[in-house]
Design a protein around this ligand. Structure first.
Ligand code: CP
Length: 361
C-alpha cells in the first residue's frame, strides 16, 4: 500500500507523473469527472485548515467521489481519548483513502502503519506538508516551465514552516537548484535539513539578513507566515512577527519574471498592494492545489488497486525500534500516544526519530 507521508515517499519520476496528471486534468476536466465514482475520501483534520481540507474536498467531488470526515477533533471520539492508530483502523471500514492533518508531528506516519487504505499527510505540526509541496511544484512548472535551474529564496519562518521543509526536500532532487534562506536568527531552517538535505544533495545554500541583498537574483520568492501557534513565548512571537514584509517598493528590485509564492494564509508579510502585481502567484497557487490533489487521489487509488492490501500490523520502513529511548521532539506523536519508538541512524552516527526527525533524548 502506497501512502504520501513525506515528499520523498515518491520518486522524482512519480512526482512528474502526478504533475503531468494534474496538467492533463486542467486541460480535460470532463475526462476525470467520474474517475473516482463510488470512492470515498475521509478528511481527518485535527488542526485548522481552509485550503488543504476544502481543496481535498473539492478535488474528490470533481473526481465524482464523495467525502466524509471531521474538521474539529473535538467533535470526534478523539476527544474521548481514541488514538490515531485506532481512528484510522476504523476509518478504513468507511473510506477508500484518508487525508490527515495533525498538530502532532508524525501522526500521519503512525496512521500509515495501521491503515488498510492510503494515507495522505495533509500537514503534521512543524514537520512536513507534502501536498503543499506538490502544489508548489505544479505552480512552479506552470509559471516557470521547469523545476530545475532555479534560484529560490525562502523568507520568514523557516523553523516552523513545514511547507518550506518539504519543498526544500523536493527541490533538492532536481539539478541546478540554489537556495537562499532569509530569516531572523530565531527562525532559521533546522540545521538537520541544511546538513542532511541541502549539503547531502550538493544544493548551494546561503543565509542572508535582508531581502534586498538577494532580490535581483531570485527566480522565486517563497514567503511564509510567522507561525504564532507554534511559539511557546508570546513575547518572542511579537518581536519576530514583522521581521520581513514584502511590499511594492521591494518588488521593484526583483526580476520581471520572478514569481512570489506563499502557501497562505498570510497575515501581513505580503502587503495587499502586491496582490495585483502579475508576479504575485499565490492565488494561482491555491487553485493548483485542487488540481494536484485530484491527481494525487486518482494516482494513489490506482496504485492501491494494483497492490494487494497488507496485514494491519505496523509496517516499518527500515527504522529501528527502541521503546526505551525517547524522542526530543516537543510535538512528536511518540511523546503523546503509545506507539513504537522508531529511529533511524544518520551519517553522523546519531539517531533521529522516524516520526518528527528530532534527535534521541
Ligand atoms: N497552505 C495551507 O496548508 O493552508 P491551510 O492551513 O488553510 O490548509
Amino acid at each position: 500500500m502506497r501512502h504520501l507521508i513525506d515528499t520523498t515517499d515518491i520518486s522524482v519520476a512519480e512526482v512528474d507523473q502526478i504533475i503531468n496528471t494534474a496538467l492533463d486534468i486542467i486541460d480535460n476536466r470532463a475526462k476525470y469527472a467520474e474517475a473516482c465514482k463510488g470512492k470515498k475520501l475521509a478528511t481527518l483534520f485535527y488542526e485548522p485548515s481552509t485550503r488543504t481540507r476544502l481543496s481535498f474536498t473539492s478535488a474528490m467531488m470533481e473526481l465524482g467521489g464523495s467525502v466524509l470526515g471531521f474538521s474539529d477533533a473535538a467533535s470526534s471520539s478523539v476527544s474521548k481519548g481514541e488514538t490515531v492508530a485506532d481512528t484510522v483502523r476504523v476509518l478504513g471500514c468507511f473510506a477508500d483513502i484518508i487525508a490527515m492533518r495533525h498538530s502532532k508531528e508524525g501522526a500521519p506516519l503512525v496512521a500509515s502503519h495501521y491503515s488498510r487504505v492510503p494515507v495522505i499527510n495533509a500537514g503534521d505540526g512543524s514537520h512536513a506538508h507534502p501536498t503543499q509541496t506538490l502544489t508548489d511544484l505544479l505552480t512552479i512548472r506552470r509559471e516557470k516551465g521547469r523545476l530545475d535551474n532555479l534560484t529560490i529564496g525562502f523568507c520568514g519562518d523557516l523553523k516552523f514552516g513545514r511547507t518550506v521543509h518539504s519543498l526544500i526536500k523536493a527541490l533538492s532532487r532536481y539539478e541546478g537548484i540554489n537556495v537562499v534562506l532569509i530569516a531572523p536568527e530565531e527562525l532559521r531552517l533546522p540545521s538537520y535539513i541544511r546538513r542532511e538535505v541541502c549539503d547531502k544533495n550538493n544544493v548551494p545554500t546561503r543565509e542572508v539578513a535582508t531581502m534586498e541583498e538577494v532580490m535581483p537574483e531570485l527566480d522565486i520568492l517563497y514567503m511564509t507566515r510567522v507561525q504564532k501557534e507554534r511559539f511557546l513565548d508570546e513575547e518572542e512571537f511579537e518581536r519576530l512577527k514583522d521581521s520581513f514584509i514584502l511590499n511594492p517598493e521591494r518588488m521593484k528590485a526583483a526580476k520581471p519574471d520572478m514569481i512570489v509564492l506563499h502557501p497562505l494564509p498570510r497575515v501581513n508579510e505580503i502587503t495587499r498592494d502586491v496582490d495585483n502585481d502579475p508576479r504575485a502567484a499565490y492565488f494561482r497557487q491555491v487553485e493548483n492545489g485542487k488540481f494536484v490533489r485530484m491527481a494525487l487521489i486518482y494516482t494513489l487509488l490506482k496504485w492501491a488497486e494494483e497492490q494487494p492490501v497488507e496485514g494491519q500490523t505496523p509496517r516499518l520502513r527500515g527504522e529501528e525500534v527502541h521503546n526505551d529511548w525517547r524522542c526530543s521532539g516537543r510535538q512528536c506523536i511518540s511523546n503523546a500516544e503509545d506507539v513504537d519508538k522508531l529511529f533511524h541512524p544518520t551519517a553522523e552516527g546519531e539517531y533521529r526519530c522516524a516520526y518528527c526527525e528530532a534527535r534521541v533524548k
